[in-house]
Design a protein around this ligand. Sequence first.
Ligand code: FA5
Length: 341
Amino acid sequence: MQEDVSKLRNEFISRALSTENKEELEALRIEFLGKNGRFTALLKQLKDIDPSERKHVGELLNETKKVLEDTLSGQQRENEQRGERGFDETIPGIKPPIGHIHLISKAIDEISAVFENIGFVRRRYPEVEWDWFAFESLNFTKLHPARDNWETFFVDTPADPKLGPMLLTPHTSSGQAREMLEKVTLPIRMINISKCYRRQSDASHLTMLHQFEGLVIDTNINFVHLKGTIDYFMNSFFGPNRKSRLRPYNFPFTEPSFELDISCDICGGKGCKLCKQGWLELGGAGMVHPNVLKAGNIDAKKYRGFAFGWGVERAYMMKSGLRVPDIRMLNSTDLRFLTQF
Ligand code: FA5
């Protein structure tokens, strides 16, 4: 319903601004606000809406109605003045509202630039993926809970005899084996950014999220390279004043494994609804497990690597000074929110 209201409002405004006379404007008024108008139809639906949402939707409809009426009267004045004076090329034109790149796209550009500065190459691997790339090649056990229907969205198609069932990838780590198998020459320094899907939705979880996955493979790679890369990213993206910490963790595809947290900017590290205890998890990292190198046809005796996978939305909302308290707001279509960025 909210989406319908905002689409209708945008259509009304753009069509009203291109009318040239009273008659055109009146026809538009009847189409939207008349007894059987399109906006009037939405007003009539209000009584059927769930009572818990009715107040919020009612307010939105009232505000929108006022916007439509103000646009009508403003444009009527404009059309009248134009009629009186005829065409006057010295009058400044009507400025159409100008949009901007969406904040998630901006975040992706910024993250890519940070890593490209130190030699990483941007990649993008499939969102609709085979089990083999998302789990099997990454050393997941057959009964790992992430493979469960409750965690991952499976696609209803026949399984491939070698690659298993098809799914919506829950993480960008599925690009690791693809990068190793598709890459002709080593070393590898990739940053893979794409969409991932999980059965989650709350103040810090989205159902469709973006992750950025780093993978470095070379002959002399060790933990210091990983830590240096993390510190460089944290400093470049969040500035010098935020704290980060690594916690030992367990991922099947890295050994040792860590999770990376950043101090919460909303509560200054005191603990709030979003972060709970002052820290927000950004993602996982670790040294690539030899079994993953083997799955990628890389000689595990000669080569080593590190990998990390972090959330784009999480990283962006934790940027200093941004103070977005609910990750789902980043997908809002509300212009009052979006024009702030
Ligand atoms: C993984 O997805 C691992 N593939 C990360 C990794 C890569 C570890 C390489 C080691 C080596 P995890 O499930 O913790 O790990 O997710 C990583 C990050 O993605 C989270 O910390 C968070 O920032 C983001 N993320 C995960 N699920 C969601 C979600 N539902 N909504 C928003 N962001 C999410």
